[in-house]
Design a protein around this ligand. Structure first.
Ligand SMILES: [Zn+2]
Length: 394
């Protein structure tokens, strides 16, 4: 069986001569009559539910990939849709004015009512199409196989296909090359494998941070903008700067470093200077601290000057400890006729003698964790919520 990847067919060409048969609920033809959209053996059009058909159009408007479409080449210039008939029929029906989608102002718009640039965007969108050629039994057998055991393309693999060109070729040579010896160093900071395009996706994610697009779209936007570039200088330089920066600050490679948002951290902290020996000592201490629950947070905590304790997810007092301390504290307070919140008891207002329920109080470290205080019974004190909050902020 022969397969050919086509990335040159636009929606405009695909939907030329599109017909929809309402009584049979089938999209009939496309590609100026060369394409049979729903051959006999295919099920009927089921996307006309105001959700899935609308989602297809909204994906196109947002520039999201629509996934792969498979054509079966039955004769010279004759094709049948093997997979993708629901998507194609949705597009054809939208262009024919058979349903509407909501625009950014939540107004229902038919194709004709869309702004001109949106119409053009839809018509010029190119789809990812595999043309398969071979014996029918062979093709159907193969199609079953890919659908059952096949590994679907991941997002970056799809993007590489969608934005194929000199930029992708060069970028893959560098980032998706399993023989590249640099990848051993990259693996310390980036999660995944070269094969499945994880390094490339990470490099693109970092360099595209400055794009204005929403997080999800920025890689697509970057690839689209650089699609015809003959070099990957910016991508490569930026990626190396981030890696060099991290490895220059943290002497030891810890497994929790893998997959952290180094691109964001680089942009936030690249202007600060760090003493790598002191940093190494801090990492060791925090790793040895049994109260630090999030080791992943250690690196950002240090980069930020050891201020944002919440990054470390410090172990909190358990319920049994809280209850024991609460009971002891409350009994002692009752004897003296003062509030069971020691800070309220020292005050001068009506709360001086207020008795709080357990639910109205929170546990606090007598000696703060940051000053070496342990999360144990003897270092636990119950405070009313107001006092606990104000103490926590200091
Ligand atoms: Zn209080």
């Amino acid at each position: 069986m022969k397969t050919t990847l086509r990335t040159d067919i636009s929606i405009k060409e695909l939907c030329k001569g599109f017909e929809y048969n309402a009584s049979e609920a089938k999209g009939l033809f496309g590609l100026s009559g060369k394409l049979t959209i729903q051959p006999e053996y295919q099920r009927n059009y089921i996307y006309a539910d105001g959700k899935r058909d609308v989602a297809v159009i909204q994906s196109i408007l947002k520039g999201y990939p629509l996934g792969i479409i498979y054509f079966n080449k039955t004769a010279k210039n004759k094709f049948e849709v093997l997979d993708g008939q629901q998507r194609i029929t949705s597009i054809g029906r939208f262009l024919a004015g058979l349903f509407a989608v909501k625009d950014e102002n939540e107004m229902e718009q038919y194709f004709d009512g869309l702004a001109k640039n949106q119409q053009t965007l839809i018509l010029n969108t190119k789809l990812l199409i595999y043309e398969c050629e071979g014996e029918e039994t062979e093709i159907k057998q193969w199609f079953k196989t890919i659908n059952i055991v096949g590994i679907p393309l991941n997002e970056q693999e799809l993007r590489n296909a969608v934005y194929s060109g000199p930029f992708v070729t060069k970028a893959k040579e560098k980032f998706s090359n399993t023989l590249n010896t640099n990848k051993e160093e990259w693996k310390a900071y980036v999660d995944g494998t070269a094969n499945r395009q994880d390094f490339l996706e990470c490099a693109l994610d970092w360099v595209s941070r400055k794009m204005k697009a929403k997080d999800k779209d920025k890689i697509d936007e970057y690839m689209s903008k650089h699609r015809t570039d003959g070099n990957i200088k910016e991508l490569e330089t930026y990626f190396n700067s981030v890696i060099d920066w991290v490895s220059g600050i943290f002497d030891d490679v810890e497994s929790e470093m893998r997959g952290l948002e180094w691109g964001r951290l680089y942009e936030t902290y690249k202007g600060k200077s760090y003493d790598h020996k002191k940093v190494a000592k801090q990492v060791k201490e925090l790793y040895a601290d049994p109260y630090v629950k999030s080791r992943k947070g250690v690196f950002e905590y240090i980069l930020g000057g050891c201020k944002e304790k919440q990054l470390l997810d410090i172990r909190v007092f358990d319920e049994a400890t809280k209850k024991a301390v609460y009971t002891k504290q409350t009994m002692a307070a009752d004897k003296k006729g003062i509030s069971n919140c020691p800070l309220c008891a020292k005050g001068t207002n009506a709360n001086k003698t207020k008795k709080y329920s357990l639910a109205e109080m929170d546990a606090d470290h007598v000696t703060a964790w940051s000053k070496g205080g342990a999360t144990t019974l003897t270092n636990c004190e119950m405070l009313c919520k107001t006092h606990n909050r104000s103490k926590g902020n200091k």
